[in-house]
Design a protein around this ligand. Structure first.
Ligand SMILES: *Cc1c(COP(=O)(O)O)cnc(C)c1O
Length: 400
């Protein structure tokens, strides 16, 4: 790579590269390639072209008239990432990274997945670009998300079950990292959120920032002004940082991230890294220094959420930084609130939201009611809810 430029590995005190030494050359190669192609007109053109003709961008910004009326306050708009190909925002990042892998000459892609959404997005873009795809997934998650396992297989990916630890997402990430260390010369690790060691948090944010860029243009066209508030759910943090980024310098626009409150803070069954200060504090997980749910010895805590995509013990480092700066604020919605929001949006707007996105809808309904009628909220509707039907029907006691 010709350019010597380096990206900052940190967001304030957070981020960094806490990895075994065997991975440092791979991360250095990745950073150099990313810096190069980020400014490469041909790369950006191919990315933009596929974002339009394959992913279906720009996704619409929909005014939720009936939800607005129901809440009785701020106008609520929905940024429709549920309409992106494969049903969520994850494809934006998967496509960007797969194109990068191809330019780097890597023929084999590995990815981790919890609920299967990132695995499906990775398998999708690998099929599109003719790359081999191996997806690591905990066996507990494979049982819970059987249709997504079938989808990945139909798309030509190999799904490798992970039997270690809690047999869920964090164990799948461990296995993916192990694979990468072993096969680093021909393998590209396609990480699914704004997490992990530098340069992933920056790179994933950059591939997702199209969400905010489009949303800003669309709300200006619809209302002639910026929104008062933007709300997004936060798992690892990629859809949230994707919509926030374009607005960070617009200081009068409030940015609100919504974590998974599970069955409540007292229960300990949640993934609220910021809200529960008993277990959420700075630490290292999967190569990154950020807020992590952990016990007194620093062992990673088990998490719970009705939505698999928010069920992770760490949050992206840029969010931790934005929170410290008080530029973004974070709250949580509980399982039952997300479930109510899922039903509300389905009935009032004809949109089945992903359970992850339902957390953001839940917060929007609370907030909107307290805001004046001429104010504006934009909610990032990160994905569609078809994948969650089983979970929702079970939770509602309507399995038959
Ligand atoms: C994976 C997922 C999330 C959570 O991931 P982030 O990186 O925090 O965006 C949210 N919504 C949907 C629909 C997802 O599939």
């Amino acid at each position: 790579m010709a350019k010597e430029k380096k990206l900052s590995p940190k967001f304030g005190a957070y981020g960094g590269q806490f990895v075994p030494e065997t991975l440092v050359p791979a991360l250095t190669e990745l950073e150099a390639a990313y810096i190069h192609y980020r400014d490469d007109a041909e790369f950006q053109e191919e990315f933009a072209q596929l974002m339009s003709t394959y992913v279906g961008r720009p996704t619409p910004l929909t005014y939720a008239a009936r939800l607005t009326e129901e809440c009785g306050g701020a106008k609520i708009y929905l940024k429709r990432e549920d309409l992106a190909h494969s049903g969520a925002h994850k494809i934006n990042n998967a496509l960007g990274q797969a194109l990068l892998a191809k330019r780097m000459g890597k023929k084999r892609i590995i990815a981790e997945t919890g609920a299967g959404q990132h695995g499906v997005a990775s398998a999708t873009v690998c099929a599109l670009l003719g790359l081999d795809c191996v997806v690591y997934m905990g066996t507990v998650d494979m049982a819970r998300q059987a249709p997504n396992v079938q989808r990945m297989k139909l798309l030509g990916a190999e799904v490798r079950g992970v039997e270690s630890g809690s047999k869920t997402l964090k164990d799948a990430v461990n296995e993916a990292i192990r694979d990468w260390v072993t096969n680093v010369s021909d393998t590209y690790y396609l990480l699914g959120s704004a997490l992990g060691p530098h340069p992933y948090p920056t790179m994933v944010r950059d591939f997702q920032k199209v969400i905010g860029r489009e949303a800003k243009e669309q709300i200006l066209a619809a209302e002639g002004q910026l929104p008062d508030t933007i709300i997004a759910c936060v798992g690892g943090g990629s859809n949230a940082i994707g919509i926030f980024h374009e607005f960070v310098d617009d200081e009068h626009v409030a940015l609100i991230g919504v974590e998974a409150g599970g069955t409540g803070m007292e229960s300990g069954q949640h993934a609220a890294r910021f809200a529960d200060s008993k277990v959420g504090r700075p630490g290292v997980l999967h190569g990154c220094y950020t807020f992590v749910l952990q016990d007194d010895d620093g062992q990673i805590a088990l998490t719970h959420s009705i939505s698999a995509g928010l069920d992770y013990a760490a949050i992206g480092p840029e969010h931790t930084h934005l929170r410290e700066l008080e530029r973004a604020h974070y709250t949580y919605a509980k399982d039952d609130e997300a479930l109510d929001a899922f039903q509300l949006l389905s009935r009032l707007e004809g949109i089945l939201p992903a359970l992850e996105s339902s957390h953001a809808i839940a917060e929007a309904t609370k907030k909107a009611a307290k805001m004046p009628k001429d104010s504006i909220i934009v909610v990032n509707l990160s994905g569609r809810g078809d994948k969650d039907l089983d979970t929702v029907l079970k939770a509602l006691g309507r399995e038959n």
